[in-house]
Write a protein that binds this ligand. Structure first.
Ligand code: URA
Length: 425
């Protein structure tokens, strides 16, 4: 392999030039090997933040990230594989319902997930609220469970795109997270390495999303769709609104309970609507001609969910953990709920103990928020708006303060905003 100078590579990108495939490969491999220092990679990341990567550079950068580790081979399974990735939203428990639902339709869903950081929760944190449930599986266990149950939600192993861990940790402390080529390569390298044949990206946009601007979300979606398709993964992106929390529950155990409600044919209408819309895209991506609504209504998706939890050591019928302290946030005036700020609710759940500030922090299973009202509801002064749950009084108070500005009460009727925005394929 050719040898480059890290300083020359950084200079090229800093001055708006184009990096050769060899230079990108050398830089990433040398960084993993410890030959390129953190401060040099930080400079390159900042240069990419300002000057971007061309489509060709991004393809190579992503391919090198994938090649930094193993790639699961799921081609021998008897069902077609399709996964979903969400860029993260408040109350976004859709995976817990969607993955078993799509498996009930006949696909295999390898959902290799992460833990939450900041105001959006992680799927693994939610499932870990279930007594006994195990997030870490071997590659053989993943393949066996996909064949037998049709779905696995587990931790993405350290072997998948390992350079991403190092890069992400560096981006986090160098203000270079919010770069479209760096976000796209980070997400897509892990999803392509997991071996899925098809992928649906749920790109959240709005107040409670990682990306708040619609055009930026579209660009991120289109960039990830091209990367997936270039690497042989049939990829579609659905842009969805994340202005208000999804459903009522925000917090780990609270969200599992709400997901089970939806699997049993109950639960909030928006969670059900979004799950079914995403499930329809996923089954069509792999050519399965089944309407997911039939599998939700006849209980098959719930059966698959229980099998999935049991296969990973969990007790699907166990009582979910409850936080020890509860209180409500009440309306200070009468009127109509104009909006609920998903970001404020997410931050409140986090302050109540449901999320973590650093990746090694523990999370509380029971902490979180139940939103008792929706935009458009007529309310009276004194009526409870949120129910908050925490393990101690200090957390409860912090959550209470965060919710005081989370909701706007006005006079006029509210026009419902659509959940499903654009689709990119
Ligand atoms: N999620 C990821 O995995 N990577 C990013 O860069 C952003 C969100």
């Amino acid at each position: 392999m050719s040898t480059f100078s890290a300083v020359d590579v950084i200079t090229t990108k800093r001055d708006g030039g184009v990096l050769s495939n060899d230079a990108i490969g050398w830089m990433l491999n040398s960084y993993v090997a410890g030959l390129v220092a953190d401060e040099q990679m930080s400079s390159l990341l900042m240069a990419i933040f300002f000057n971007g990567l061309s489509p060709e550079e991004l393809r190579t950068w992503t391919a090198c990230m994938i090649d930094s580790g193993e790639r699961l081979d799921l081609r021998g399974l008897s069902r077609p594989t399709v996964d979903k990735h969400s860029t993260g939203g408040v109350g976004d428990k859709i995976s817990l319902i969607l993955a078993p639902l799509v498996a009930a339709c006949g696909a295999a869903v390898p959902q290799l997930s992460g833990r939450g950081l900041g105001h959006t929760g992680g799927t693994l944190d939610k499932l870990e609220a279930i007594p006994g449930w195990r997030a870490v599986l071997t590659n053989d266990e993943i393949r066996d469970q996909l064949e037998e149950v049709g779905v696995v939600i587990c931790a993405a192993g350290a072997g998948l795109a390992p350079v991403d861990r190092k890069l992400y940790a560096l981006r986090d402390v160098t203000a270079t997270v919010e770069s479209i080529p760096l976000i796209s390569s980070s997400i897509m390298s892990k999803k392509i390495a997991e071996g899925t044949g098809a992928l649906l990206l749920d790109v959240k946009v709005g107040r409670g999303a990682f990306i708040k601007d619609y055009e930026r979300a579209r660009t991120l979606a289109a960039t990830m769709v091209s990367l997936g398709n270039d690497h042989g993964v049939a990829t579609v992106a659905q842009l969805t609104a994340m202005d208000a929390p999804l459903g009522r529950a925000v917090g780990n155990a609270l969200e599992v309970t709400e997901s089970v409600d939806v699997l049993r044919g109950e639960g909030p209408a928006d969670v059900r609507e979004l799950t079914l819309a995403l499930a329809r895209i996923m089954v069509s991506l792999v050519g399965i001609d089944v309407d997911p609504e039939t599998k939700l209504n006849d209980g098959s998706a719930y059966e698959v969910y229980k099998q999935m939890i049991t296969a990973q050591g969990g007790d699907a019928d166990a009582e979910m953990p409850l936080a020890t302290h509860r209180s409500t946030v009440d309306a200070t005036r009468s009127g109509v709920i104009q909006s609920i700020d998903a970001l404020q609710v997410g931050l409140a759940a986090w302050r109540l103990g449901a999320g973590r500030a650093r990746k090694e922090d523990p999370v509380s299973a029971g902490a979180g928020v139940l939103c008792l009202v929706r935009p458009g509801d007529q309310i009276e002064a004194g009526q409870p708006l949120f129910e908050i749950h925490a393990d101690d009084v200090e957390h409860l108070e912090r959550g209470h303060q965060s919710l005081s500005d989370a909701l706007v009460i006005g006079e006029g009727a509210v026009t419902p905003t659509p959940l499903l925005l654009d689709r990119i394929q």
